[in-house]
Design a protein around this ligand. Structure first.
Ligand SMILES: [Ca+2]
Ligand SMILES: [Ca+2]
Ligand SMILES: [Ca+2]
Length: 281
C-alpha cells in the first residue's frame, strides 16, 4: 500500500472525527447561558473543588480567601461542589476575624447563596458579619429563624445608641432537605428578602450606612459572634456578596446563572467546567 494514498477506512475515520468536532462545537451553548452579574460583586465563594486547597476556600472574584475551621466537607452541591457543615459549635468558614481587613459593603449590599438545611434552628447563620449581644446589635447576616429565612441588618439611621438590628424574615416557611436560593438586599432605604427568586418581605426600618461593630467573625456557615456559635447543619453553595442592591430582575438572573462569564479575566477554571459540563450533556 502506498502510504500517501488514503484508503477508505482512513477516510471514514477522519470524516467521523470531523463530524464529532463539528457536533461538539454546535453543542456547547456557552453564549446562551445566564451568567452571574459582576457589577458591584465584591466576593464569590463557589466551593467548587478546584477552588479549595487544603483548608483554604478561594474567593474566585475578590481576594477574601476563607479558612475552613473544624469539621467541614466539600460535597456535591447545587452547582459543582458545596460546603457541608454538621451543626453544633466550633466549625465555620472564616474570611477574617479582623474587621479592619474585611472587605464589607458599607452603604448598600446584596448577599446571595444557595442553602440546603438538614435541620432548622432558631438562630441560623449562613453568612455572618454580626454582633447581637443584648441591646448591642450591629452588622448583618443571612440565615434562618426556625423555618423562615432571615436577613438581618443594622444601620446608622436606626441606631439607638448601641445599634439596632432588623431581622427581616421570609413570610413563607420552608422544608428541610431542599435547595433554596436566598437573597437579602439593602439599598440604603429598604431591606428585601427573596427566596427562589420571589420577593418575600420588605422593611424600611433601617436607613443610611451599615452600622458595623469593632470586631466580627466574618464567616460562612455559623451564627458566630462574641457570645453565640450556632453552626449550620446542611450545605451552602455559590455564596456571593455585592456592595449594591441587586434588582428583582437581577436576583432572578443570578438564580438561573451557572457561574461567571467566559470572558471574565482569571476565571478560566469556571469557564472550562461549564464547557466540559455542556459537552457532556
Ligand atoms: Ca459550587
Ligand atoms: Ca450574640
Ligand atoms: Ca440597641
Amino acid at each position: 500500500m502506498f502510504p500517501f494514498i488514503m484508503n477508505a477506512t482512513k477516510k471514514a475515520i477522519l470524516s467521523l472525527v470531523a463530524v464529532l468536532i463539528a457536533g461538539l462545537g454546535i453543542g456547547i451553548p456557552v453564549t446562551a447561558q445566564k451568567v452571574v452579574i459582576e457589577d458591584g460583586l465584591i466576593g464569590y465563594w463557589s466551593f467548587d473543588k478546584d477552588t479549595v486547597k487544603g483548608n483554604t476556600v478561594k474567593d474566585i472574584w475578590g481576594d477574601q480567601d476563607a479558612e475552613m475551621i473544624g469539621k467541614i466537607e466539600i460535597v456535591q452541591g447545587k452547582f459543582g461542589e458545596a460546603v457541608q457543615l454538621g451543626g453544633g459549635a466550633g466549625a465555620r468558614v472564616q474570611m477574617t476575624d479582623d474587621i479592619k481587613k474585611a472587605k464589607l459593603p458599607t452603604e448598600e449590599m446584596t448577599v446571595e447563596l444557595w442553602a440546603w438545611d438538614e435541620q432548622f434552628i432558631e438562630w441560623g447563620g449562613y453568612i455572618v458579619a454580626v454582633q447581637d449581644n443584648g441591646a448591642f446589635e450591629k452588622g448583618w447576616l443571612l440565615g434562618t429563624r426556625w423555618k423562615a429565612f432571615s436577613f438581618a441588618l443594622s444601620s446608622d439611621g436606626a441606631d439607638d445608641g448601641d445599634g439596632l438590628l432588623t431581622y427581616l424574615n421570609s413570610v413563607n416557611t420552608y422544608d428541610v432537605g431542599e435547595w433554596h436560593h436566598v437573597v437579602g438586599t439593602y439599598d440604603g432605604e429598604e431591606m428585601k428578602i427573596y427566596v427562589d427568586g420571589k420577593l418575600e418581605a420588605t422593611s424600611r426600618v433601617q436607613s443610611g450606612a451599615i452600622n458595623y461593630p469593632d470586631r466580627v467573625f466574618f464567616s460562612i456557615g455559623a451564627y458566630k459572634d462574641d457570645n453565640e456559635d450556632f453552626v449550620h447543619k446542611g450545605m451552602l453553595d455559590e455564596v456571593r456578596l455585592y456592595d449594591r442592591a441587586l434588582s428583582e430582575k437581577e436576583v432572578v438572573n443570578n438564580m438561573e446563572a451557572e457561574g461567571l462569564a467566559v470572558e471574565s479575566a482569571g476565571k478560566l477554571s469556571l469557564t472550562w467546567s461549564q464547557i466540559k459540563a455542556a459537552a457532556s450533556r
